[in-house]
Design a protein around this ligand. Structure first.
Ligand code: ADP
Length: 594
C-alpha cells in the first residue's frame, strides 16, 4: 500500500497527501516514530489525521504509513484490573518498558500474550453455535468469570473444543462454518466507534444500588440506565463518580478518567486494590477496568478514550453481565472534539463546539441499555453510563450539559451553594430528577422495602415544604410559623443533615445498604409523626425541638451495618421520650383543669 506524505501539522491534527488507498477512520502510523493516528476526514488524496501522541518535531515531508485497520480494542481475558490510556495501551507495561513518562511511538500489547489461562469448555463438540454463544469460561479474577463467546459473523458446528491451559492467541475451539473451519481464540478485536450489536433493547427495570442515600432513595438509576452529574469545579463530581465506581452493584466497572487531574486517578489506583466489595468480599479492583487519560496526556487520545471504555463495557455486557461505565469528565472529551474541529476549520456551532456535538453525545449514551444480547438462547446484559459534566462556572446552559440532558434519564444536580456549606454529596434534592421511578417501582419495593415509594414521597414532600416555608421565614421570621410548620422544618433539617448528607471518606458512612437507608428514613419520619401527634396532644414545640433522641438519629449513619439493632433501639427511645412528654403535658392539662 502506498505511503502518505505529511503536508501540514497543526497540533494534534496532521494533513497528509497521497492517501487515497485509505478509508475513513483507518489507523495510520505517522512519521518514522510510528505515532498512532486516525483518519477523521478524507478529501480525494488528502487525509486529515487525528494523532494520539504529541506531534512536536513532526513536519511536512515526513511519511504516513496506512494500516487499513479501524481504531480497535482487543477484547479478552486480562482486561480486568488493567489500566489503559485512551487507545488501550497498558500503562503498567509501558512503565516497565520506558519508565514513568510515556515516550512517543511506544508500542505495547493491550493484553498479555504470554499469560496462561485455565479455560473450561462449557459447550460441547457437535453443538450448533452462533455469535454470542458461550464456548467456555476462564476465572479472570476472584470476582469475574470471563466468558469466551463466539465472535461476530461466525455460525456453525463445534468441531474441536477442549478445556485446558491456553494463551490468548491459542486456538481453543474450531467451528465448522459454511465457508470453512473457523479457529477461535480467546481474543477478539472490535472497532471502537461501532457499537457492538445486540438483539433488542429491553426496558430497564432493575435498580442499580449505589449505596449513596440521596441517589438510591430519591434519584435512583436503573441497571442499563444513563445519568449525568453536572456541577461547578469543586462541587464533588469526581467524588461521586469514585463512590459509584466503588459501591455500585454492577458486576463490572469501567472507569474512564478523561482529561481530569492525574492525582484523581491516583486516588482510584491507590484505593481500589484495598477496598472490599460489600457483596463478594473481593477487593474492588477485581471487577474494574481503568482508562486513564489525564489532563497532561495528549488531547486527541481523550476523544478516543470514551469509545475505548464503552466498547470494553459492551463486551462484558455481551457476556451477560451488568456493567457500569463512569466517564469523568465528558466536558474534557467535548473540548477535545472542539479542538480537533477547530483545526479542521469546520463551521463552529454553539460556543465553538462542532455542530455534531449533540449527535456524538447522544450516540455515546445510546450505547447504554438493558439488552437481550446476541446468542442462540436468551441472555441479558446491562450497561449503565454515568457521565460527569464540568461546565465553566457550573453554568447549566452550557452546550455539553444541554446536549447531555437531552439524552440521559437521571440528572444529579450538584450545587456549589451546598458544597460551600459542606453538604456532601452536594446533589440538590429540589432540582435533580430521575425518570426511572415508574420503571423501578417493583424493583424498589422488592429490593428495598415494600413501602419505600410512599416513604420516599413523604420525605420529599417535607423537603419541598421546607423550601416554601423558607421563603415565608425570610419575609416574616420563623416565629410567624405554626408549631406544626416548625416541626416540618426540624424534620427537613434532619432529612438533610442526618440522611442526605453522606461522608464519602468515613469508613462506615461511605456505603449505606438499602436496608439501612430505609430504616434511617423511616426513623426520621417516625419522629416526625410522633412529634406532630405530641403537638396535638398539647406538648409545646420548644420541648419537642430539644428532645435527646435527635442526637442519636444524627449519629445513626455511623452505625455499622451489622449493628442495625441499634437503629431499632433509637426508634424505641424516640417513642418513649415523646410518650414521657405527652404524659407530662396531659397531667399539666388535668392540673390546670383544661
Ligand atoms: P469536582 O470533581 O466537582 O471538581 P471533587 O469531586 O474533586 O469536585 O470534590 C471536591 C471536594 O469536595 C473533595 O475533595 C472533598 O473534600 C469534598 N467532597 C465532595 N464530595 C464529598 C462527599 N460525599 N463526602 C465528603 N466530602 C466530599
Amino acid at each position: 500500500m502506498k505511503q502518505g506524505v505529511i503536508i501540514k501539522v497543526s497540533g494534534p491534527l496532521v494533513v497528509a497527501d497521497n492517501m487515497s488507498d485509505s478509508k475513513m477512520f483507518d489507523v495510520v502510523k505517522v512519521s518514522d516514530e510510528g505515532l498512532i493516528g486516525e483518519i477523521i476526514e478524507l478529501h480525494g488524496d488528502k487525509a486529515f489525521i487525528q494523532v494520539y501522541e504529541e506531534t512536536g518535531g513532526i513536519g511536512p515531508g515526513d511519511p504516513v504509513y496506512p494500516t487499513s485497520m479501524p481504531l480497535s480494542v482487543e477484547l479478552g481475558p486480562g482486561l480486568i484490573t488493567s489500566i489503559y490510556d485512551g487507545i488501550q495501551r497498558p500503562l503498567s507495561v509501558i512503565r516497565d518498558q520506558v519508565g514513568d513518562y510515556i515516550t512517543r511511538g511506544v508500542v505495547a500489547e493491550p493484553l498479555d500474550r504470554s499469560k496462561v489461562w485455565d479455560f473450561t469448555a462449557t459447550a460441547k463438540e457437535g453443538d450448533e453455535v452462533e455469535t454470542g454463544d458461550i464456548l467456555g469460561e476462564i476465572k479472570e479474577t476472584v470476582a469475574v468469570v470471563h466468558r469466551v463467546i463466539v465472535p461476530h459473523h461466525v455460525k456453525g458446528k463445534v468441531k474441536k473444543l477442549k478445556s485446558g491451559q491456553y494463551k490468548i492467541d491459542d486456538t481453543v475451539c474450531e467451528i465448522e462454518a459454511k465457508d470453512g473451519i473457523k479457529k477461535i481464540t480467546m481474543v477478539q478485536k472490535w472497532p471502537v466507534r461501532v457499537p457492538r450489536p445486540y438483539k433488542r433493547k429491553l426496558r430497564p427495570e432493575n435498580l442499580l444500588i449505589t449505596g449513596q442515600r440521596v441517589v438510591d432513595a430519591f434519584f435512583p438509576l436503573a441497571k442499563g440506565g444513563t445519568a449525568c452529574v453536572p456541577g461547578p469545579f469543586g462541587s464533588g463530581k469526581t467524588v461521586i463518580q469514585h463512590q459509584l465506581a466503588k459501591w455500585a452493584d454492577a458486576e463490572i466497572i469501567v472507569y474512564i478518567g478523561c482529561g481530569e487531574r492525574g492525582n484523581e486517578m491516583t486516588d482510584v489506583l491507590l484505593e481500589f486494590p484495598h477496598l472490599k466489595d460489600p457483596k463478594s468480599g473481593a477487593t474492588l479492583i477485581n471487577r474494574t477496568v481503568l482508562i486513564a487519560n489525564t489532563s497532561n496526556m495528549p488531547v486527541a487520545a481523550r476523544e478516543a478514550s470514551v469509545y475505548t471504555g464503552i466498547t470494553i463495557a459492551e463486551y462484558f455486557r455481551d457476556m451477560g453481565y451488568s456493567v457500569a461505565v463512569m466517564a469523568d469528565s465528558t466536558s474534557r472529551w467535548a473540548e477535545a472534539m472542539r479542538e480537533i474541529s477547530g483545526r479542521l476549520e469546520e463551521m463552529p456551532g454553539e460556543e465553538g463546539y462542532p455542530a455534531y456535538l449533540g449527535t456524538r453525545i447522544a450516540e455515546f449514551y445510546e450505547r447504554s441499555g438493558r439488552v437481550s444480547v446476541l446468542c442462540s438462547g436468551n441472555r441479558e446484559g446491562t450497561l449503565s453510563t454515568i457521565g460527569a459534566v464540568s461546565p465553566p462556572g457550573g453554568d447549566l446552559s452550557d452546550p455539553v450539559v444541554q446536549a447531555t440532558l437531552r439524552v440521559v434519564k437521571v440528572f444529579w444536580s450538584l450545587e456549589d451553594k451546598l458544597a460551600f456549606q459542606r453538604h456532601f454529596p452536594a446533589i440538590s434534592w429540589l432540582n435533580s430528577y430521575s425518570l426511572y421511578h415508574e420503571n423501578l417501582e417493583e424493583s424498589l419495593r422488592n429490593e428495598v422495602a415494600p413501602d419505600i415509594v410512599e416513604t420516599r414521597q413523604e420525605a420529599m414532600k417535607i423537603l419541598q415544604e421546607e423550601a416554601e416555608l423558607a421563603e415565608i421565614v425570610k419575609l416574616v421570621g420563623v416565629d410567624s410559623l405554626s408549631p406544626a410548620d416548625r416541626i416540618t422544618l426540624e424534620t427537613a433539617r434532619s432529612l438533610r443533615e442526618d440522611f442526605l448528607h453522606q461522608n464519602a471518606f468515613h469508613e462506615v458512612d461511605s456505603y449505606c445498604s438499602s436496608k439501612k437507608m430505609n430504616t434511617m428514613l423511616k426513623l426520621i419520619l417516625k419522629l416526625h409523626h410522633l412529634s406532630i401527634d405530641a403537638l396535638n396532644g398539647g406538648v409545646p414545640f420548644e420541648e419537642l425541638a430539644k428532645i435527646k433522641v435527635k442526637e442519636d438519629i444524627a449519629r445513626s449513619k455511623y452505625i455499622p451495618e451489622d449493628q442495625s439493632v441499634q437503629l431499632e433501639k433509637i426508634a424505641k427511645s424516640a417513642e418513649s421520650e415523646i410518650e414521657v412528654l405527652k404524659r407530662m403535658y396531659a397531667q399539666k392539662d388535668v392540673v390546670l383543669g383544661f
